[in-house]
Every structure is written in structure tokens, then in C-alpha cells.
Design a protein around this ligand. Structure first.
Ligand code: ADP
Ligand code: MG
Length: 728
């Protein structure tokens, strides 16, 4: 009988590629993207059944984050029901983001019975505006006692409703926040919304202070780049570790991994391209502006980037992007791996959050202007962000902590766990001059004149920009690069927004009082830049973030280095490090505690699952395979002994295999014992897991890879990296 690996291999090689129907118009021509873009999104602006008075209220509520009256909600509910049903929907759901980082939905049919028990289809205003999932089933970090397990979902009308099309049915999804009856945020969205409106307030005030009196609103803009792996579904199901934990817990490197760097931006294979085309189609129908698709550094790794939008919508979009990647991959008989480190020794996946702020008339606050005055404003904003990162580095580090990301951060493929800011050399020299008080009167110094010539430098800085930095200025935006690929971007965004609004608020207060003492705005801004550059110069680093030198240098500079999730999550309980979150009204104290409890428990549980899965594979697959091999080699040795032939090679091999197996066995026993003797305290548990059990399990994993390299593939019942990464 064929082994499961051989079966998977044959299936993968002989797969029929999926051809899907691209939308066509009446005359049989392919539709343009613009014809189907946003087709599955409910737009207030052109929806049938919404009178213009209601539309105006909706639009203003959407842009200001406000609420609408119940009567108007009723009008929307009727309109959206008609629209959804006309598009084939049978159900609706409140779509929300509990603290697991995934999304949750509870479906209800549009079906109702009238007083004569006749079936009708309705969605009431109340059902649109509010839902009641059983909150006790979602992680709540012990924030509510079980008898008061009531939480509710509340319609977020700033993020449009959309249709989720399955093969056999369609569901209307209503983006919602998820809060307890006491108003405590039980989700990722609520604090993000708070942070966006707080930053809006401070940034608008800032713009007004610097003379842009017409600015009424500042949006936080965000565009996420998503990395992922694709492997054939057959291999996926033949690797219990992948199914249970999202990553391969061990694997011998194939002879060609990514040394040749030939995968990055390489030609996309036909099967993958088919997948990407369908993915883009579905995302575009959902009104998600997927823009860029390409091969990534590692074999089997890809990236999708979308055009930036309002942070809250971008965060919702990214959740849908991840879900859609998984769904469409399945249609093409792929499994999409979103884990940060699916393959040991091969580049993992991250997510870059591109971030900036823009006024209601579209002026990007991080766009260097042509005029000096704008440059002063631009430099002030850059300095404020740098100061924010410097002051709140620990919280930012915490916001990207996860068991998966621990494999990347600081592992010479992703930014280190030390938070620093890359500015590029042009801005660095400008900021450095200002810091050192080299005369920077508006008329004087050339350092301030980032005019045409130096702008060219700025562009150069960008094109060969430093990939090793966790937080980089990239021309007209910052890029937070330490985010994990599976992560919801809502948490890091909320922390970043709060950090910036914290410093911005302080800056606004000082600008206000300086202006009233008669100084010019340029002078006030330059003083501000100088002050912040003096206080945060340590966090500016344009060198190689992967080097050991930097780790040492950063320590000398006094920058925090929270290496693991177990080190980083306690920041949530560090009142000094988190007081700004409370001050800015983005998190409440109890919500921070909730998040600590949920995240640390999650870390422990996920790691424990990994340890058990590893032990399982060893006992049920690796051990039996190795014993068979030992038996084969022993038989040869015995035969040769009878024939009086020397068995040096066989003996050597036998001993090597045996020794490795013994070590694995011993270490696995220790791992199991340590696992059983872990204390109940989640924090201590996490520390022990991160500092002792993880290194031990990595040692076991390395030895499993050694065995994989020694045993014949005929006896190895687990798909290898070569098979998974190259057969497609
Ligand atoms: P690269 O791919 O080299 O990182 P791109 O210019 O393609 O750079 O941008 C990457 C991401 O940054 C995209 O998602 C893009 O939409 C986003 N982006 C560009 N400008 C802004 C901005 N002002 N604010 C937020 N995101 C932005
Ligand atoms: Mg980028």
C-alpha cells in the first residue's frame, strides 16, 4: 500500500487546476474591476430605499463615528434587508472580533413568522443595532463573573456591511463592536475606535494650531501587507503538527531553501496565480482594494498588499483578507498557512502596518512639503511619532507579542524585539542638526531645506531602506514591521494611535502656550522638534537591526529588550508603561487586566498544545519509524557478521541513530514531566514555558530533524519541507 506521504505527493503532482468563472457582462466580455468592485458591500450612498435626509445623517455619523436614531436605523435595516435578500442572502450576522484575534459571527435567518404564522423576511432596527452573543463563551480574562456573562454587539456604522458568499448560500455580515453591559470592551475593535477618535481630536487640534484652520478631521490611515504560505492540502493533512498548531514543529532543511533568493518577486506559478486571481476577485467584490501580489522570500511564501484606508476599515479588511485567503486556498486544494513561522529555518511571515494621518481634504501629515513652513510641520509630526515610539516602546512591543511571533522577532529575519525607529539618513541628518541646536532659523540653515534636491535623497533612502527595523519611516508614512502575520492589526494600531495622541496632546498644549507668548509657529515647532529629538535620540537607529552589536548597543542606550511573549505581556500590568492608554481613554484599567489574562493564557495553551503535539508525533511516528530502521540496520550488521564482513559504516549509522533517539526520548520525558509540574499561576507558567520548556522542545525538534536526515524516506511517514515547499 502506498504511504500517506506518497499518496499526498501523487495527488499534489496530478491536481487539476481550478478554473473559476470571471464575471462577464451581457455581451460576454470580462467585466472590469471597477464594474464588480464593492459589489458585495452595502453602500449608504447609493442604496435603494434610503431617502436623502437619512443618507445625510448616515454619512455624517459614518465620518464622525456618531450614532443614528432608531427610526433611521429602521430605514437602513429595511433597505439592507431588501438588498441582501435580492442578492441571495438568507441570513444575517453580527460580525465581531473577540480577544482571540479571530472573528466571530452568530447567524440568524431573516425568517420570521407573522401573527398568522405566515413566514416573512425581516431584520428589525434592534437586530441591526444590537446583538447578544453569549459572552461567557468568548475569552473575557475573568473580567465578568459567569453569572453576569452578558455582553452585546453594537453596530459599527463606520465599517460597511457586506455579503459573505458561500457555495450554497449568502450571509449579510454587520460589523460590530463587542462590549459588556458595563461598557467594558470585550473585543479588539472598540479600543481601536476610541484610539482613532482620540488621535483625530489631537491631530485636528494640531493642524488648527499650526494655521490650517479649515481642517475639521484627521483620519488615521493604514495599509496592511499580508504574508502567507501555500502548501498542497494533501501534505497539510499528513502533518498533524500543522493541523494542530499551524506550524511544523520540526523539519530537516531541504538542500535548497532560500539561499538563491530566486523566489522573491519570481514568476508566479500557474496554480498559485489561479488562486491569486480568484482571491483578488473575491476581495474586490468585498470592496477590499487588494493591490499588490507577489512571491515572497521563502519558497511557497507570498504577499498581498492592499491600498491604505481608514485604520478601522483597514483592520476589518485585514481580518477578511486572512479569512478569504484561507477560503480561496481551500477551493484550489491549497492550505494557506498564516502562522508566523510554519517552517523551522525558513523565513517566517509578518505583516507590515503602513501608518499615517491625513486631513479630511486629503493632506498627508507625513508628506514632506516643498515649502519651509510645511517642512517645519512635517518635521514636528515625525518628531512627535519618534517620541511616541520612544516613550511607549514597551507597550508597542507588547502589542505584537504572540507565541508565533516569538519565532520571528530577533531571529534574524524579522525586526528584533528591541523597538527602534529607522528614519533614513536624510531625515536623520536634519533631525540631528536640529537636536544639536545648529542654527535652524527658518531663513538660515540649509539642513532644513528638504527641497527638490534633498527630496531626491529622501526617495533614495526609501528604495534601499533598511528592512531590519521594526519601525521605519518610508517616505510619507511609518511602517510598523514587527506585527505577526496571524495577528489582528487592531491591537497594535490602537497602541500606536494612543502613543502618538499622548505625545501630540502634550505637544499641542505646549504649542498653545508658546504661541500665546508671541513666538512664531515655525520657531515653536522647531523648538518642539529639538526637545523631542533630545529626549528620544536613543530610539533612532539606522543600522543593522539583525546584528549582535545592536543588541549590545541598545542595552547601553537603555532601550528595553523584551525577548519573549512571557517578557512582553506583563507590560499590560505595568502601570507606568500603560498609564498613557488610560489617560488617552483608549483602554480602561480593567480592560488591560482582561487582555493580560486572555493573552497570557492563550500563550500558555498554544505552547502546551505544541508540546503535546510534538510528543505525540514522536511516540506515534518518529519512534516506530526509527525502530524499523534500527531493525533493518541491525539485520545487515548481523548478516555481515556471519559473513565475516566489516560493518563499520552500519555500526556508525546505527549508533548515531540510536544516540539521537535516546536523547529525544530522554528530553521528551523531561518535557512531559516539566509540563505536568507547571504551576497554576499563568505568569509564572509562561515564564517557565518561554525560558525552559521552549528551548528544550527546540532541542528535541532539532534532533527529530537529525533523524529525518538519517532515515530513508520510505520509512519516514511525515511530509518533508522539500515536498511541502516545492511540490505544487
Ligand atoms: P512598499 O510595498 O515598498 O512597502 P508601497 O508604496 O507599495 O510600499 O506601500 C505599501 C503599503 O503602504 C500599501 O498598503 C499602501 O497602500 C500603504 N500606504 C501608502 N501610503 C500610505 C499612507 N499615507 N498611510 C498609510 N498607508 C499607506
Ligand atoms: Mg512595505
Amino acid at each position: 500500500m502506498e504511504s500517506i506521504v506518497d499518496q499526498a505527493k501523487h495527488t499534489a503532482i496530478n491536481r487539476k487546476f481550478r478554473i473559476f468563472d470571471r464575471p462577464k457582462d451581457a455581451s460576454g466580455n470580462y467585466q472590469r474591476i471597477t464594474e464588480y468592485y464593492g459589489k458585495n458591500v452595502f453602500h449608504f450612498s447609493d442604496a435603494k430605499g434610503i431617502p436623502s435626509s437619512v443618507r445625510i445623517e448616515l454619512e455624517s455619523a459614518t465620518s464622525s463615528g456618531g450614532k443614528i436614531s432608531k427610526e433611521h436605523a429602521d430605514v437602513v435595516a429595511k433597505a439592507v434587508t431588501e438588498w441582501a435578500i435580492s442578492r441571495g442572502a438568507t441570513h444575517f450576522c453580527h460580525w465581531f472580533q473577540p480577544l482571540t484575534g479571530a472573528t466571530a459571527e452568530k447567524h440568524d435567518a431573516f425568517l420570521n413568522l407573522d401573527e398568522n404564522e405566515k413566514p416573512i423576511e425581516t431584520l428589525s432596527a434592534t437586530h441591526l443595532m444590537q446583538g447578544e452573543p453569549d459572552a461567557s463563551s468568548f475569552p473575557n480574562g475573568g473580567s465578568r463573573s459567569t453569572f453576569e456573562a452578558r455582553g452585546y454587539t453594537a453596530w459599527d456604522l463606520t465599517s460597511p456591511m457586506f455579503l459573505k458568499e458561500g457555495s450554497n448560500g449568502t450571509t449579510l455580515c454587520i460589523p460590530t463592536a463587542f462590549v459588556s453591559y458595563l461598557g467594558e470592551a470585550l473585543d479588539i475593535k472598540t479600543p481601536l475606535l476610541r484610539s482613532v477618535s482620540k488621535l483625530d481630536k489631537e491631530a485636528t487640534r494640531f493642524m488648527n494650531l499650526v494655521g490650517e484652520k479649515d481642517v475639521k478631521r484627521v483620519h488615521v490611515t493604514c495599509g496592511a501587507e499580508q504574508e502567507y504560505f501555500l502548501i498542497d492540502k494533501g501534505f497539510y493533512y499528513a502533518r498533524p503538527d500543522l493541523v494542530m498548531t499551524g506550524r511544523t514543529l520540526f523539519g530537516a532543511p531541504s538542500s535548497r531553501n532560500q539561499q538563491l533568493d530566486d523566489h522573491y518577486f519570481g514568476a508566479i506559478s500557474e496554480r498559485v496565480l489561479n488562486f491569486m486571481e480568484e482571491l483578488d476577485l473575491e476581495l474586490h467584490k468585498l470592496g477590499i482594494p487588494a493591490k499588490t501580489r507577489h512571491n515572497e522570500v521563502a519558497p511557497g511564501q507570498f504577499e498581498l498588499a492592499q491600498i491604505f484606508r481608514d485604520a478601522n476599515i483597514s483592520a476589518d479588511n485585514n481580518q477578511l483578507v486572512m479569512a478569504t485567503i484561507k477560503d480561496i486556498a481551500a477551493r484550489h486544494d491549497f492550505e494557506a498557512l498564516l502562522h508566523e513561522k510554519p517552517f523551522a529555518g525558513i523565513n517566517g511571515s509578518g505583516k507590515h502596518i503602513n501608518w499615517s494621518m491625513a486631513t479630511d481634504s486629503g493632506v498627508n501629515l507625513l508628506e514632506p512639503g516643498k515649502e519651509l513652513h510645511h517642512n517645519a510641520r512635517f518635521l514636528a509630526v515625525v518628531a512627535i511619532v519618534i517620541e511616541a515610539v520612544n516613550r511607549h516602546a514597551k507597550a508597542l512591543r507588547m502589542s505584537v507579542a504572540s507565541q508565533g511571533n516569538d519565532h520571528r522577532l530577533g531571529a534574524n529575519e524579522a525586526p528584533p524585539s528591541i523597538i527602534s525607529v529607522f528614519t533614513g539618513s536624510t531625515i536623520e541628518s536634519v533631525l540631528s542638526a536640529i537636536k544639536d541646536g545648529k542654527e535652524f532659523t527658518p531663513e538660515g540653515e540649509i539642513t532644513l531645506d528638504i527641497g527638490a534636491n534633498q527630496l531626491a535623497d529622501l526617495e533614495k533612502d526609501n528604495t534601499d531602506r533598511n528592512r531590519t527595523s521594526p519601525f521605519a519611516f518610508t517616505g510619507n508614512k511609518f511602517e510598523f514591521r514587527a506585527v505577526g502575520s496571524t495577528q489582528s492589526i487592531g491591537l497594535p494600531l490602537s497602541i500606536l494611535n494612543a502613543a502618538v495622541s499622548d505625545v501630540l496632546e502634550e505637544a499641542n498644549n505646549s504649542i498653545e502656550s508658546e504661541l500665546s507668548s508671541g513666538k512664531t509657529i515655525d520657531k515653536v515647532l522647531m523648538d518642539l522638534v529639538q526637545k523631542f529629538m533630545k529626549s528620544s535620540w536613543n530610539v533612532v537607529f539606522n543600522g543593522d537591526g539583525y546584528s549582535q552589536d545592536w543588541v549590545e548597543e541598545a542595552e547601553k542606550r537603555g532601550l528595553p529588550n523584551l525577548r519573549t511573549t512571557a517578557d512582553a505581556l506583563p507590560v499590560l500590568r505595568d502601570t507606568k508603561a500603560t498609564s498613557f492608554l488610560i489617560r488617552q481613554g483608549v483602554y480602561k484599567e480593567t480592560e488591560l487586566e482582561t487582555r493580560y489574562n486572555v493573552l497570557i493564557e492563550r500563550y500558555n495553551t498554544l505552547r502546551e498544545i505544541e508540546f503535546v503535539a510534538l510528543t505525540d508525533i514522536i511516540n506515534r511516528q518518529i519512534l516506530p519509524s526509527t525502530l524499523s530502521f534500527k531493525r533493518e540496520v541491525a539485520a545487515v550488521i548481523k548478516d555481515q557478521k556471519e559473513l565475516k564482513i566489516d560493518s563499520r559504516v552500519e555500526m556508525d549509522l546505527y549508533k548515531k541513530v540510536n544516540m539521537t533517539l535516546e536523547t529525544i526520548y530522554e528530553d521528551t520525558r523531561n518535557l512531559t514531566n516539566s509540563l505536568e509540574s507547571l504551576t497554576d499561576n499563568d505568569g509564572d507558567r509562561a515564564t517557565k514555558i518561554a525560558n525552559e520548556l521552549m528551548p528544550l522542545s527546540e532541542k528535541i525538534a532539532n534532533n527529530c530533524a537529525v533523524l529525518e536526515g538519517l532515515l530513508p524516506s520510505r520509512l519516514w511517514s511525515i511530509p518533508t519541507y522539500f515536498e511541502m515547499l516545492f511540490i505544487r
